[in-house]
Design a protein around this ligand. Structure first.
Ligand code: OGA
Ligand code: NI
Length: 331
């Protein structure tokens, strides 16, 4: 069966959208967003010479928000622009050229549209492309677009520049738990940590008041490092309300995912977030999910649990965690 892409549906929809994209009232952005208030997600300047201060801010934001932005992170603007530009060019290719990279049943990587899993399921106004970008041993170039020709180079340059940021984040979070600076990353997969890129493409939507892009969720990853284009759309939940997150230009948006919440035994919080869509402009975002290998066991760090602090989460293989979450089976 041919799967309909939201990008095609968007071309046919002028003033209305198909029923399956209309969210129930308790989800519709027009009803559930706190308007006129932007959430002041912490903005952390990574070029501050006081490394202790940076660490402290990262730890504080990860406890209170599960989300923060980093600026002056050292990735050159040109590298980020190239990385975004080749992804945009891919989504602007004719549909049949994108379908060459279509996901096959049961695979995570490839071009696709989220399938419905619930009974009363609604669809998100978004298509995506998933592929791993690190380490080299897990990369399958089959899922990397050949067009534009500079796609591969631009992605490789971005990953190369991302490592430093990843290490700084893990070190700060590790020290914030009272661990040695390498211990948190080791417990998350160490050098086998997988970087999974997702490119989200949210076409213009005639009824952004009624539809959602990605529905409310926390990321399963350890940490997610996201770059958006300049169209507003990311929302975070605070005290049961939804707020627009204003992203600083050239910032990297950091999400604490479920695995860091688990490893920290609940000290750090994974952030509940979702996305809205725009009437006139396509929104895009490029999250990189930092994930343990599938067979790698993750649980509260052994140095953080004892008789007074029992584990609050089960220890299990990352693949099993994902299976349960995706199929809505209790962990
Ligand atoms: C996601 C996600 C946010 C965004 O794909 O997991 O939360 O800003 N995306 O597109
Ligand atoms: Ni997410």
């Amino acid at each position: 069966m041919e799967i309909e892409r939201v990008q095609d549906i968007a071309c046919l929809s002028k003033d209305t959208i198909p029923e399956e994209f209309i969210r129930s009232e308790n989800e519709q952005p027009v009803i559930t967003t706190v308007h006129g208030v932007n959430l002041e997600v912490p903005v952390i300047d990574m070029s501050d010479l006081d490394e202790e201060k940076i660490s402290h801010l990262i730890v504080d934001a990860s406890q209170k928000w599960g989300m923060f932005q980093i600026i002056n992170h050292g990735i050159p603007e040109e590298i980020m622009n190239q990385f975004k530009s080749v992804g945009k060019e891919f989504f602007e290719l004719p549909q049949e050229e994108k379908e060459v990279y279509a996901k096959e049943p049961g695979t995570m990587e490839g071009y696709g549209t989220s399938l419905q899993r619930e009974i009363q399921a609604k669809k998100g106004w978004v298509d995506h492309l998933f592929h791993k970008i690190w380490p080299p041993s897990v990369i399958n170039y089959k899922f990397w677009p050949k067009n534009p020709p500079s796609y591969r180079k631009a992605n490789e340059e971005y990953v190369k520049n991302l490592h430093g940021v990843v290490d700084r984040l893990f070190k700060s979070l590790s020290k914030g738990l009272g661990l040695e600076e390498n211990e948190l990353k080791e417990a998350a997969g160490g050098n086998e940590l997988v970087y999974l890129l997702k490119i989200n493409y949210y076409p213009p939507c005639p009824r952004p008041d009624l539809a959602l892009g990605v529905v409310a969720h926390t990321d399963m990853s350890c940490i997610t490092i996201l770059v958006p284009n300049d169209v507003q759309g990311l929302q975070a939940s605070r005290d049961g309300h939804w707020y627009d997150v204003k992203c600083s230009p050239n910032a990297l948006i950091i999400h604490i995912g479920d695995q860091i919440e688990i490893l920290s035994n609940g000290k750090y919080k994974s952030v509940l977030h979702r996305t809205t869509v725009n009437k006139d402009e396509a929104r895009m975002s490029w999250p990189v999910f930092l994930e343990p290998p599938t067979d790698f066991e993750v649980g509260p760090h052994s140095k953080l649990v004892n008789e007074e602090n029992p584990p609050k989460y089960k220890t299990k293989k990352y693949g099993d965690y994902c299976y349960c979450k995706l199929n809505k089976i209790p962990q």
